[in-house]
Design a protein around this ligand. Structure first.
Ligand code: ZN
Length: 185
């Protein structure tokens, strides 16, 4: 749960800091709007991925499961600016799978926090390894970071790509190739 009072005070100070008048009509509701919005975009702070990954189903066939193009929106912890894009998650089951929607829910738990792209990939992979105990996990993220593209450090629309592997994906290059082929990259 976010502390809405603290956020309202901070946004008022921030507006003063950039030389604005927080009492002018366009801004007077802004601290309150941001406090309410933060409640939603940082909702992952109080959530545990275990909640979504505790119900599993037995499978006979332990071939790779891939859920690709899961859209996410997160907030860069260095600049408090959005970064957003797609995440692709694959795992090789070890006799058990989770419902596919649970992978997207797991992404939300970690996206709705002050976050770094590489850290988010690692947290998703580690949560799957811990709760589902598969033979391996691979997570790929492709995202635009407004803290980069809005400031013109990089070209607008350029994307940062990161990958995390655990278990069999670490040793098996053919499996990683198969992942990239299926994702279409
Ligand atoms: Zn940033």
């Amino acid at each position: 749960m976010v502390d809405q009072d603290k956020i309202r005070q901070a946004v008022t100070l921030l507006l003063e800091g950039i030389g604005e008048d927080p009492n002018r009509p366009g801004l007077v509701e802004t601290p309150d709007r941001i406090a309410k919005m933060y409640e939603e975009i940082f909702a992952g702070m109080g959530q545990d991925a275990a909640e979504h990954l505790k119900i599993t189903f037995p499978v006979q066939d332990n071939t790779m499961v891939l859920e690709k193009d899961i859209t996410f929106y997160s907030t860069c912890e260095h600049h408090l600016m959005p970064f957003f894009g797609q995440v692709h998650i694959a795992y090789v089951p070890n006799g058990r799978v989770v419902g596919l929607s649970k992978l997207a829910r797991t992404v939300e738990v970690f996206a709705r926090r002050a976050q770094l792209q590489e850290q988010m990939g690692a947290q998703i992979a580690d949560a799957l390894m811990r709760h589902l105990q598969p033979a391996g996990v691979m997570v790929m993220l492709e995202a635009e970071h407004l803290c980069m593209t809005m400031r013109g450090v990089k070209k607008p629309g350029s994307r940062t790509v990161s990958m995390v592997t655990r278990g069999v994906f670490e040793q098996d290059a053919a499996l990683r190739q198969n992942f990239l082929l299926m994702v279409g990259r």
